[in-house]
Design a protein. Structure first.
Length: 317
């Protein structure tokens, strides 16, 4: 009898261990069998301030451009969105900045207009040429006629958005990048809250029509804080047509650096304005591993009246 009992005990123990293993290790085994690819991206948002002399007395572009290029090289973002690159008064900020970083970066710029000198300001996207292929680029205006050069809803200036589809050479995964600049929240006609509201609807619509099923990175100067409607409308969780999430809100560690993204040309962190954003596709899998708002003082130069925002993004496919 004993000689039969021992094998039975061993069999029952093996069966129990198998059941327990499925219970304890099932998730791990499922994860191992699910094929996923994670694309890690270091991205940077930076409004470098227009070179128009009337706005930058004492902070001329000629004094700032080398420091900005050096800072970009130091941080070495994979993708960079830049606003307020100006082409006028015998200077071209985009060409000059591009020439300083062109060994590493390719770029695309969308200018907001061609009618007057005040229109020749643009939003740009830079990307590491060694890592990405440029698949497609384009632009649209934040207006009721987004495919035509135009102002929107009582805005003071024409506002343009640059977009690009980039392909990661190592994984062949594509993603959609936006660089944009909204009108100021308060304008002379008192109507600009509506201008930002309508501009956000244009961006949401264009993401849906242009990005397809690609992950999205939206970077820009919204000229409004996170508690305002435009920032909320872009985000999925608010249920107003957005598909994104603010990278700062989902960072797995506490955001670091400055609290505010504007600086009034000084190093104090007291402006109360979080105007510059990085947003990514909100799909429950993507995440952010770090979020840093830098100091715009570098190499003894105040580079801009905005601070750079640097984010480590993980796209999970």
């Amino acid at each position: 009898m004993k000689r039969f009992l021992l094998p039975l005990m061993i069999a029952f123990a093996a069966l129990a261990f198998t059941a327990c293993s499925e219970d304890i290790f099932g998730v791990e085994e499922m994860d191992q069998t699910r094929a996923t690819t994670t694309v890690s991206l270091k991205v940077m948002q930076y409004n470098v301030k227009s070179a128009r002399p009337v706005e930058t007395s004492g902070h001329e572009w000629s004094k700032r451009k080398a420091a900005i290029a050096a800072y970009i090289k130091k941080e070495a973002p994979d993708v960079l969105a830049v606003q307020e690159l100006y082409d006028g008064w015998t200077m071209n900020q985009y060409s000059q900045l591009n020439s300083l970083i062109s060994g590493t970066y390719g770029g695309y710029i969308a200018y907001r207009g061609t009618t007057t000198l005040w229109d020749n300001e643009g939003c740009a996207i830079f990307y590491k040429k060694s890592r990405f292929s440029l698949v497609k680029t384009g632009k649209f205006w934040l207006s009721a006629t987004p495919d035509k050069e135009s102002k929107g809803w009582g805005g003071e200036y024409k506002r343009v958005t640059a977009w690009a589809i980039l392909k990661d050479k190592s994984t062949s995964k594509e993603f959609f990048v936006i660089s944009t600049h909204f009108e100021d929240w308060v304008q002379k006609d008192g109507n600009n809250g509506n201008c930002q509201y309508e501009s956000t609807k244009v961006i949401n619509a264009r993401i849906k029509s242009l990005a397809g099923n690609r992950n999205v990175i939206l970077m820009g100067d919204f000229n409004s804080n996170p508690d305002k409607t435009p920032a909320k409308m872009l985000q999925k969780k608010w249920g107003q047509g957005g598909t994104l999430v603010n990278a700062r809100d989902i960072c797995r560690i506490n955001p670091s650096g400055h609290k505010y993204t504007t600086n009034n040309w000084n190093t104090a962190d007291n402006t109360g304005a979080q105007f510059d954003y990085v947003m990514i596709t909100d799909n429950g899998a993507n995440y952010v591993s770090s979020h840093y708002t830098g100091n715009s003082y570098y190499n003894s130069v105040m580079m801009s009246d905005h601070n750079p925002v640097i984010v480590d993004v993980k796209f999970v496919y």
